[in-house]
Ligand binder design. Structure first.
Ligand SMILES: *[C@@H]1O[C@H](CO)[C@@H](O)[C@H](O)[C@H]1NC(C)=O
Ligand SMILES: *[C@@H]1O[C@H](CO)[C@@H](O)[C@H](O)[C@H]1NC(C)=O
Ligand SMILES: *[C@@H]1O[C@H](CO)[C@@H](O)[C@H](O)[C@H]1NC(C)=O
Ligand SMILES: *[C@@H]1O[C@H](CO)[C@@H](O)[C@H](O)[C@H]1NC(C)=O
Length: 583
């Protein structure tokens, strides 16, 4: 009905215009009309991430795609009466950022839960929980987290801190890295976790000297508790998606690589449910404002291979099927990243191997053979080497092809391993803002020498010929590409006066690429995304910086003024056209 009306009114306008035009013009008018852009962006500095023309002063867009990029004089001739103009008044435009690693729906859910990320003391922790539980009915779960014990001296939280203020409500609060969480005693009781609970493979039920569980569950041990938390409703997940989209767009992100709600030991179905109930629902109700590319648990590889065979890698211009993901180890913050040498603060602990490499190989071989892209989480040096070796084996067995293996995080590398990324053409999908927290914590946990030789080796990875793809790991880091670029180019943690491992700083251009064209490449999206090149989708951001020099000098002082997706402004959100017409 609506479409029909639109067509009718469009042809009426066409008829009307043609009739009004002088006869001599009728010959060229339709021709000119067909080339006319919808949008002209001009009078500023456009950084393209396209090495054939890195900078331009103007760009035209038609039907959601980039038509031309160049100087104003070369593009102005095509502009017609239907072309909207975006005069930049000197400001800087960048390609829309691609965040290569987020837990999108989970992040949106966490936005509405108790947030302990700013908590710097035990008293503050307890007060925040006490305050949050006030709104809950008896028996409701209190969920949230984001806590970082390094902010109050390092002591890990225990259930007894909060039991007093949460007698009526079970509680689960995840650490900021997501690899451990705190349950209160009521939650432990509900889940049946007692002094007899044993550690599962790839996880730890932390116990005190008396042998009782403290409330902390690390990695795979979370699977003892999480099934007791009521499922979030469909409505909550869709709301979470809307919140997450609005937040990401505000930060200049136009595409997210969603690696799902899963973590070691969790249900493998959640991202499949998000695909159908949230993303495909949003797409069919025309609610998609941000592009997503999904990675699925590797155990479900054959289901994904079938879907890709049926639908291709792009279900629409909004939803892309990325590949499969698995875990090799845990995280540094939870002392569960797998190292060759033990943790300095826990001399018997080498970290956790979440899945043995034989099992990983057995899943990666058929996934890869079916044409799927494979991404594996590896943080410790031994986990990274194990995955690199496994990738090498798979490459040898399955033969040459453009497969773009990814290692997610690649945080701590042994001598020579950065070079292996280049030799094996493995993509390092890394999160620069994590280094701001990890600088002090890595020096404490693995010692100054090991951390200085091996942590966050961005420049070494680039020099080896490896591709870097930047991301945030949101909500385990903030979605914040300008902050990520600052972290990667400066490497100065808050409160520090000097850079952490200054030789591993990367140039601004390389940091921008890792958030745009290289990130697109890392998910096989570079045909449509990642640079402002003719033919690609017109996703871009307008910064507050009034010149390139101003931007380059202080990246983090710039803010995102507007975010465009497919040539349309998605942030700040504009009222729908009907309301605009009325006002
Ligand atoms: C504008 O671009 C055109 C085509 O790339 C080039 O020939 C021309 O010299 C440029 N003009 C200016 C003023 O830079
Ligand atoms: C282009 O932007 C500059 C600011 O950089 C402004 O002074 C100038 O008036 C603008 N030109 C036009 C034609 O709007
Ligand atoms: C485990 O806890 C129960 C109940 O508190 C207690 O009776 C038992 O002795 C404990 N067992 C061990 C091995 O500590
Ligand atoms: C991997 O697969 C091979 C061949 O099917 C089998 O012999 C081996 O036990 C498997 N290894 C693991 C760790 O599952």
């Amino acid at each position: 009905m609506g479409t029909k009306l639109l067509i009718l009114s469009a042809s009426a306008t066409l008829l009307f215009s043609v009739l009004l035009l002088p006869p001599s013009d009728t010959a060229w008018w339709p021709l000119r009309q067909s080339h006319e852009p919808d949008l002209l962006v001009w009078n500023g500095t456009i950084y393209t991430s396209d090495s054939s023309l890195p900078f331009a002063e103007a760009m035209t867009v038609r039907g959601g795609r980039i038509l031309g990029v160049g100087n104003y004089s070369s593009l102005k001739d095509f502009v017609g009466s239907g072309t909207r103009e975006l005069n930049l008044y000197g400001k800087v435009v960048l390609p829309g950022f691609i965040d290569s690693h987020v837990h999108f729906i989970y992040g949106g859910l966490q936005m509405s839960r108790v947030d302990l990320s700013e908590t710097t003391s035990v008293d503050g922790f307890v007060a925040k929980v006490k305050d949050a539980v006030k709104d809950k009915r008896e028996g409701d779960w209190l969920l949230g987290g984001g806590w970082n014990n390094d902010l109050w001296g390092g002591d890990l939280p225990v259930a007894s801190w909060i039991d007093e203020v949460t007698r009526q409500n079970p509680v689960w609060l995840s650490r900021k890295d997501g690899h451990m969480g705190l349950a209160n005693s009521l939650a432990l009781r509900i889940a049946g976790i007692t002094n007899r609970s044993e550690d599962p493979v790839g996880g730890t039920v932390v116990k005190n000297n008396g042998g009782d569980p403290t409330g902390l569950l690390i990695d795979a041990a979370m699977k003892f508790l999480l099934p007791f938390i009521p499922e979030v409703s469909l409505h909550e997940r869709r709301e979470a998606f809307r919140r997450a989209s609005g937040y990401a767009l505000k930060k200049g992100v136009t595409t997210v690589i969603d690696v799902g709600r899963f973590f070691p030991g969790a249900s493998v179905d959640s991202i499949w449910e998000d695909l159908s109930d949230v993303y495909q629902w949003a797409d069919s109700s025309e609610e998609m404002l941000i592009r997503v590319c999904l990675f699925f648990p590797m155990q479900t590889w054959s289901r994904l291979a079938n879907l890709v065979r049926e639908r291709g890698r792009s279900i629409s211009q909004w939803i892309h099927l990325g590949g499969v993901k698995a875990f090799a180890d845990g995280s540094l913050g939870s002392n569960s990243a797998l190292f060759y040498q033990p943790y300095v603060d826990e001399p018997h602990n080498y970290g956790l191997q979440v899945v043995d490499f034989g099992t990983l190989l057995n899943m990666t071989l058929p996934s890869d053979k079916s044409g799927l892209q494979v991404a594996i989480h590896a943080i410790g040096d031994k986990a990274n080497d194990g995955v690199l070796e496994m990738f090498n084996t798979v490459g040898n067995q399955n033969g040459m092809r453009d497969r773009r293996f990814r290692i997610e995080h690649a945080q701590h590398l042994a001598a020579g391993s950065a070079a292996r990324f280049g030799q094996l053409r493995v993509i390092a999908s890394v999160q620069p803002e994590h280094l701001l927290d990890d600088a002090a914590s890595a020096e404490k946990k693995i010692g100054i020498d090991r951390s200085h030789k091996g942590s966050y080796l961005f420049q070494s990875l680039l020099s080896s010929g490896a591709q870097l793809a930047f991301g945030s790991d949101w909500p385990f880091g903030d979605i914040n590409p300008l902050g990520g670029i600052t972290a990667a180019t400066k490497r100065i943690p808050p409160g520090w006066k000097h850079a952490w491992i200054p030789s591993e700083r990367v140039s601004l251009e390389n940091a921008l690429k890792a958030y745009t064209i290289s990130a697109a490449y890392a998910s096989f999206l570079e045909g449509d995304l990642g640079s402002l090149s003719p033919g690609k989708l017109a996703d871009f951001v307008v910064l507050s910086a009034r010149s390139w020099e101003e931007f380059a000098e202080a990246v983090s002082s710039s803010s995102i003024l507007a975010t465009y997706v497919g040539g349309l402004q998605a942030f700040p959100q504009q009222p729908p056209p009907s309301e605009q017409a009325q006002s």
